[in-house]
Design a protein around this ligand. Structure first.
Ligand SMILES: O=C(O)C1=C[C@@H](OP(=O)(O)O)[C@@H](O)[C@H](O)C1
Ligand SMILES: C=C(OP(=O)(O)O)C(=O)O
Length: 425
């Protein structure tokens, strides 16, 4: 049972380096891929090292609604048993603000002979999905999303089409991953090709290809940005999920800001997820680069931006326009909340984020001012701004429970390192 958290936590700066051993939870991205692929494979797949959080629970629940047996033998495992295909759910799939679950299932349910509605919460209903819907239509699948965002209605015939499909992935790489993972159910080989050069973080497509191959798919990148998928379906397998690199960025941030050493049980170069690249940037603190291209490590940008506020010189984050369509507009949210810590600390410049940086904040543990940090239902805003509270006094994080999207144990983790969190109203 998730425990009830207070409406806010005030973080007490520890005044000493934070060190210890912390295992980050399993990767959200990989868990939700593996859950889906196991559900599309005939037989039983055991997933170990998996994340149990709001986003993966929503994915598992949606799969159960479509006839898949998803058991949970322990806190890090799923046992998935499937006939190899999904069946029509009795009611709309309700996927909260889980971008992975929403996008991946929008394509996967098109393999069903029946109508499926894919929906999310009020925040997800603002996150674009039209390019994916258009790509499905070009495969001959009837799909509608009148607002360009969820809900999406897919009127499947059980036929996924074949041939070439082009996809504009400039807003989200998840559209490409979604098409690729459904493509082994084509009536013939399917070629997924990027329309244009832009794609969010390409590393997520590599995660998708690796997971697909583990479940027996045959997929090759035939040209840069073009992938050919054979109509093999999937084979059930046992699959281990690596720790979450985006979650690890908070631990690297703690090391940078407090000067401690945290043993994550995994070295930064052992991750296959794109956000692991943030470690090398955070390790340069207080001399982080003056310009940081966040395009290939997007979910790490809030972490790096909060740490950059304490850097020796300003940092401009570029390549981050997609952050405007994440759980919230993260460029605006990070700028707003940094300015709540100290007016003038950050500003938007087009789609860039400029963090002015103020090394004096490293000594602000006893300041008189207070900052109540809005978190916009966004786990990453809550988790990254908690880092600021390790150096600056009276930082209060509103709605700490929102970290449950990907890291339900986040506050317990901070407490285990010796951080005092004061429940606040
Ligand atoms: O494929 C994935 O698992 C993800 C891709 C990224 O999203 P976009 O592709 O929308 O940038 C990332 O921000 C998200 O947290 C997870
Ligand atoms: C952007 C994120 O999630 P998603 O797109 O999967 O909702 C995230 O976890 O930072």
């Amino acid at each position: 049972m998730p425990k009830t958290l207070p409406p806010a936590y005030t973080v007490i700066p520890p005044g000493r380096p934070l060190s210890g051993r912390v295992s980050p939870p399993g990767s959200k991205s990989i868990t939700n891929r593996a859950l889906l692929l196991a559900a599309l494979a005939k037989g039983t797949s055991r997933l170990t090292g998996a994340l149990k959080s709001k986003d993966t629970v929503l994915m598992a629940e949606a799969l159960r609604q479509m006839g898949v047996v998803v058991e949970e033998p322990d806190v890090q495992s799923f046992l998935v048993t499937s006939s190899g295909s999904l069946t029509s759910p009795a009611r709309p799939l309700s996927l909260g603000n889980a971008g992975t679950a929403t996008r991946f299932l929008t394509a996967a349910v098109a393999t069903i002979n029946g109508t499926v509605v894919v929906d999310g919460d009020e925040d997800m209903r603002l996150r674009p999905i039209r390019p994916l819907v258009e790509a499905l239509r070009s495969l001959g699948i009837e799909a509608n999303a009148p607002t360009g965002c969820p809900p999406v209605t897919i009127l499947g015939t059980g036929r996924f089409g074949k041939g070439r499909v082009e996809i504009d992935a400039s807003l989200s790489s998840q559209y490409v991953s979604a098409l690729l993972m459904a493509a082994p159910f084509g009536e013939g080989p399917i070629e997924v090709a990027l329309a244009g050069h832009d794609i969010g973080a390409r590393g997520y497509v590599d995660l998708t290809l690796a997971a697909m191959r583990s479940f027996g798919a045959k997929v090759e990148e035939t040209l840069p940005g073009t992938w050919l998928v054979q109509p093999t379906g999937y084979t059930a397998t046992d699959f281990h999920v690596e720790p979450d690199a985006s979650a690890a960025t908070y631990l690297w941030g703690i090391e940078a800001l407090t000067g401690g050493t945290i043993d994550l049980g995994v070295s930064p170069d052992a991750f296959t997820q794109p956000d692991a690249a943030a470690q090398a940037v955070l390790a340069q603190f207080p001399h982080m680069p003056a310009v940081i291209d966040g395009s290939q490590m997007q979910d790490a940008v809030p972490t790096m931006a909060v740490v950059a506020a304490f850097n020796n010189h300003p940092v401009r984050f570029v390549g981050i326009a997609n952050l405007r369509v994440k759980e919230t507009d993260r460029i605006r949210a990070v700028a707003n909340e940094l300015n709540r810590i100290r007016p003038g600390l950050a500003r938007e410049d087009g789609d860039d984020l400029i963090v002015a940086s103020d090394p004096a904040l490293m000594q602000a543990a006893n300041r008189a001012e207070t900052s109540r940090i809005e978190t916009y239902h966004d786990h990453r805003i809550a988790m990254s701004f908690a880092l600021a509270g390790l150096r600056v006094g009276n930082v209060t994080i509103l709605d700490p429970a929102c970290t449950g999207k990907t890291y339900p144990e986040y506050w317990d983790m901070l407490a285990s390192l010796g951080v005092e969190l004061v429940p606040t109203s």
